[in-house]
Design a protein around this ligand. Structure first.
Ligand SMILES: [Zn+2]
Length: 382
């Protein structure tokens, strides 16, 4: 494992170089001489101790495990083989036999909240049973995770068949599997849904599809189509009511499948063919191939092996990672009243990271945490 001297000096996390409370860099990176070299380097049990020369002599200690986990030469995090984090559980229709579930009571405790969010992280969805069948109960549940994201549909949105909202979601027709907010620069991260009542009719089953699982299948069977869905941006819009015309920035939009630039990990699926705008930016040479790619993608999404159908009833809420799991519903009759909320993905990740630090810290954090605050300047998030 090799590190450059300037990199080591810049990453010193003593209290002069890195604020132990605010967790912000204090060292003036631009004062470090480009050719800085250590006066001495010592191997201690705890970590690597490096003493630096002028302007003021300075000693830095880097925990061994932290150095290993953040090595860039060779890289500690090699590119993924199959585009998804191996800790995530990809699923198909068979998840119906044992869907991830927690109770409302558990979600109200910190340990239970950690279990809930860990399941969402792993599976991209989770059912919550025993929820008060009211908008207030649903709001209370949502706010356990973080701020609710207000949109043109409201904070806690409520949905009955009502075309005034300018969106087919507010009718009683069937909706194919899609992700929400493809027309936003930052589509809502989590969506919480709760059927509060359904009277005088039938239908309205909820459809869920693991976009990461379908993407993995596409990559394996049709790698060229996977590449097209990963590179061709799709513009989208929401303009169904008089009050707004939404489209994502930049104007060309985002590809269906977005990947981490370094690890190549798939981190976001965006798909709603109904909200797609004009595709006037396609290279003429790939027009037919692109239509073939989305035809294959659509076929895989609609395969019976991919679809998880669940009849939600009052008291059981569902939370979905809208950056991974596509949702839809069957048509229905009668009066169906659904409420829900959107939560920004960063809120979810932050809450999960805080709870993980407390209930299941990684080894570096566990070894180096400050006993008074329980946090560590060597936490993997920093
Ligand atoms: Zn320092």
């Amino acid at each position: 494992m090799v590190s450059h001297n300037i990199w080591l000096r810049d990453h010193c996390r003593c209290s002069e170089c890195f604020h132990p409370v605010t967790k912000q860099r204090l060292v003036n990176t631009f004062d470090i001489p480009a050719d800085i070299a250590p006066l001495s380097v010592e191997s201690k049990q705890y970590g690597l101790e490096v003493t630096w020369p002028a302007p003021a002599p300075h000693t830095s200690i880097y925990p061994w495990l932290w150095l290993q986990e953040h090595s860039y030469d060779p890289p500690a995090r090699p590119k993924l083989e199959n585009a998804t984090d191996p800790e995530k559980v990809l699923w198909g229709s068979n998840i119906a036999q044992n869907p991830p579930t927690v109770t409302f009571e558990e979600a109200m405790t910190d340990q239970g909240l950690f279990e809930w969010l860990s399941k969402v992280d792993k599976f991209g969805l989770c059912l919550i049973t025993g929820v008060p069948p009211t908008t207030e109960g649903t709001e209370k549940l949502s706010e356990r995770i973080g701020f609710i994201r207000e949109t043109k549909y409201g904070k806690l949105w409520e949905m009955t068949a009502d075309l005034a909202m300018g969106d087919t979601a507010y009718t009683n027709v069937a909706l194919g599997a899609h992700t929400d907010n493809t027309y936003f620069t930052d589509p809502s991260g989590l969506q919480l849904l709760h059927v509060l009542s359904h009277t005088g009719g039938t239908g309205g089953k909820t459809l869920l599809v693991d976009g990461f699982h379908v993407a993995a299948t596409l990559k394996e069977r049709h790698p060229e189509s996977y590449t097209l869905l990963s590179t061709v941006p799709i513009p989208a819009h929401a303009a169904g009511d008089d009050g707004g015309i939404y489209q994502a920035s930049p104007k060309s939009g985002y590809p269906t499948l977005s990947h981490d630039l370094v690890t190549r990990e798939l981190y976001q699926v965006r798909w709603n063919n109904n909200d797609r705008s004009v595709m006037d930016h396609l290279d003429p040479k790939i027009v037919e191939e692109w239509y073939e790619a989305i035809r294959i993608w659509n076929r895989l999404l609609k395969s019976a092996d991919s679809e998880y159908w669940v009849q939600l009833s009052p008291g059981t809420a569902l939370i979905v990672n809208n950056h991974r799991v596509l949702h839809g519903r069957s048509s229905f009759t009668g009066r169906r009243w659904v409420c829900g909320s959107y939560i920004v993905f960063d809120e979810f990740k932050s809450k999960l990271a805080v709870l993980k630090e407390r209930f299941d810290p990684d080894r570096v954090t566990a070894d180096t945490r400050d006993p008074s605050s329980g946090s560590s300047v060597w936490s993997p998030a920093l």
